[in-house]
Design a protein around this ligand. Structure first.
Ligand SMILES: CC(C)(COP(=O)(O)OP(=O)(O)OC[C@H]1O[C@@H](n2cnc3c(N)ncnc32)[C@H](O)[C@@H]1OP(=O)(O)O)[C@@H](O)C(=O)NCCC(=O)NCCS
Length: 234
């Protein structure tokens, strides 16, 4: 178990404030010491140790040498939540996305904790006939023992921020509206944003604008990358 970096900071600071030798602390020193105790004691009392681990979580761009570890993460996470066959399907999807998508049509981001990948997210280009610069978010996973600590939302926001800086105008996804609404996605109809295939669950078709403008209706057809070009996924 990693030590919380604040452990050292708080102990060193309180040692310093108590002073070396036997000199009595001044009023100002006591006030500062109390402030440190008020700030840090609730953290020591926190029974959820994951909260402390989360303090060292890092978000970064996916690198090709992450491929094997991230495929395993998706297989295991989806096996745990949806069963073995879904784990295998999502694992294959991730493998295909990584291996067959041109880098200009692909973004991946990872969350790491103590040099282990604990979360991953992929975005791939969605081409619209009207030229809207758009990507689809799919899939995303957070390792089962790190779920429900805000990591999934942080990973998504990190990815959206990076895409926005690259000039991406629109991001869509296809999943649980309850979860994705926490990070700015809203339900859209297939008439407003045409999906590449007819949807089996239209209520899961979600989008958000990265330009600050309202989502506008897009005319014409859309096309996804080869890895997603399978009606079973839709
Ligand atoms: C979905 C997932 C990426 C969310 O990541 P996370 O780090 O657990 O999510 P966060 O902690 O940021 O957000 C928690 C909120 O997300 C929602 N949420 C998390 N897991 C959920 C799930 N399995 N079903 C529905 N909602 C879920 C809840 O609203 C939750 O809020 P609550 O704890 O107050 O109820 C993660 O749980 C996961 O990998 N699940 C398995 C794979 C999956 O379903 N991926 C998404 C489809 S591509």
């Amino acid at each position: 178990m990693e030590r919380c970096p604040l452990d050292n900071a708080s102990l060193n600071d309180s040692d310093r404030l108590l002073g070396e030798g036997n000199a009595e602390p001044t009023g100002a020193e006591l006030t500062a010491k109390l402030h440190i105790f008020r700030t840090y004691i609730p953290m020591f009392q926190c029974s959820n140790f994951r909260h402390l681990q989360g303090a060292t979580m890092k978000l970064s761009l996916y690198q090709p040498n992450d491929a094997v570890e991230i495929e395993q993460l998706f297989i295991q996470t989806f096996t745990n939540s949806e069963g073995q066959s879904e784990g295998a399907i999502v694992g294959r999807l991730v493998k295909d996305l990584i291996s067959s998508t041109d880098p200009s049509n692909f973004y991946g981001f990872v969350a790491t904790e103590a040099d282990q990948i604990i979360g991953g997210i992929f975005f791939s280009r969605l081409i619209f006939e009207d030229g809207t610069n758009s990507f689809i978010l799919s899939p995303v996973a957070v390792r089962t023992d790190f779920q429900r600590q805000g990591i999934g939302q942080q990973l998504i926001r990190f990815g959206l921020d990076a895409l926005s800086k690259e000039g991406v105008e629109l991001v869509v996804t296809y999943g649980d509206p309850q979860f994705y609404s926490k990070v700015g996605f809203r339900g859209v109809t297939e008439a407003v944003i045409p999906p590449p295939f007819a949807l089996q669950r239209p209520e899961g078709w979600l989008a958000q604008s990265l330009t600050g403008d309202q989502i506008r209706s897009i005319k014409g057809r859309s096309f996804c990358v080869e890895a997603l070009n399978n009606p079973e996924y839709w």
